[in-house]
Design a protein around this ligand. Sequence first.
Ligand code: ATP
Ligand code: MG
Length: 566
Amino acid sequence: MVVEERNDFIREIIRDDLKTNKYHGRVHTRFPPEPNGYLHIGHAKSINLNYGIAKEFNGKFNLRFDDTNPETEEQEYVDSIIEDVKWLGADFEDRVFFASDYFEQMYEWAVQLIKKGKAYVCDLSAEEVSRTRGTLTEPGIESPYRNRSVEENLDLFERMRKGEFPSGSKTLRAKIDMAHPNLNMRDPIMYRIIHAPHHRQGTKWCIYPTYDWAHGLEDSIEGITHSICTLEFENHRPLYDWFLDELGIYHPQQIEFARLNLTYTVLSKRKLLQLVQEKYVTGWDDPRMPTIAGLRRRGYTPTSIKTFCDKIGVSKKDSIIDVALLEWSIRDELNKTAQRAMAVLRPLKIVLTNYPEGTVEYLPAVNNPEDPTTGTRLVPFSRELYIETDDFREVPPPKYYRLYPGNEVRLRYAYIIKCENVVKDTNGNIVELHCTYDPETKSGTPTADKKKVKSTIHWVSAPHAIDAEVRLYDRLFNKDNPDETDVGQTFLDNINPHSLEVLHSCKLEPMLKDAKLGDRFQFERLGYFCVDSKDSIPSRLVFNRIVTLKDTWAKIEQRLKVIDQV
Ligand code: ATP
Ligand code: MG
């Protein structure tokens, strides 16, 4: 299989390491989520990077759960993460690991540091520890417990593990330097006491390692070569290195890249959890969510997400990516692959008064103009049809070329029709239109173009139509940066109240009755749609709009150039 060669600063580092034989020619990456939420599109960037590198350099890729905090982690999240990583196509083979399986080894290494005089048990509260840490301009204050003897530390640490002390009453801290210019090096906490059951370890442990202490050890145990993480860990790297060097164990290299930020959404698990818990959305897989589960249900494909990740690339500079680029990636793919169909979302009935009653014609319609091998299908045409309410105006505004009394339009794949009469109920609401068709203008016949009309609209034969519910999604937030708020407001104040519109009486061409869960279509003139994988049933189809047809790509390309230049 041909792997496309990509270039970025991380791949350059790896190529150099391969040249100098730094890891004996090995490349081994990992994706280390904490199972405290569902994965989102930012995680996809990290997965695409880590897995892409492993594949490109004939290396290995691990999925590792960084499950070191029992209070926020759950099996549901573990299961969803495995499903999502697999769906994205990142093959970890049989290498699913859990940091919690390394707790015993980590404990032994902590004992080793205590014996070396490099770690001590501290009785300060978490709040006192952070208060005595100092600032960028002032050194921290040494803990009064800093100079406990090795014996006392070993005894206390063992009793911490045994559960003799209440939650939060003691910590194990590394003994480094309270005046270190990097605050992360000022005697950082390695273990906290948390009396809470762990989703895999049960009540076996009541001391839990911090990220800083655990992460390098996990990488080391698994023989990771390049430990790729986001920029906020850059000033944690000296600590990552310090722990591994003090222990004298195998030492992977930490490399940082800029995390993904996306307009009109939030990518913090805490905020996504809040949206779910407070029911602003229907769940983690709500099609408006930037989660992998949400994007999948919305109709995104793994390949479109990969295209997006490849397009945005990897850099060391923070930027915000226009969500329109993500939308472009699925639109561009579905333009090439999606079956076309006719669907009327807001139906207006028309009767062709000069069309013979009881007659049905089957007219050929193109399945996908971008892929001639897909051929045509036959669409039933009859005397009673539905068109979009919006394709008719009783009083046309200027430059309106669609249907209005006395005007002619072409029905796609069929005939030119003329609106003759508007039928209203006693309240003056339009009930249906009476039109005539011109039999000589049938599409595909020599006389089809004998008249010129300015507009072609789609339609569905009324007696053949199948009913469906269609859900139209818009952006979940009104602001490109939802975190930009007025004083006293939160990101929740920027929620778009019109992010979902549900249409209950849509009319679809009959071919769509065989659509299976997850199938994707282009509804002509309307956008790309997929069968909702959760709520759709054969007797009642539910479609999600993935994206509209409107392409703002040109504008985006401009913006990407700007991003490249900074
Ligand atoms: P939080 O939302 O609390 O910051 P997190 O998203 O960092 O959590 P983790 O489970 O720790 O959650 O992330 C797993 C991996 O995904 C980490 O290596 C992290 O660097 C990466 N990652 C997380 N968010 C992004 C993002 N927006 N862009 C790129 N990578 C990300
Ligand atoms: Mg994190």
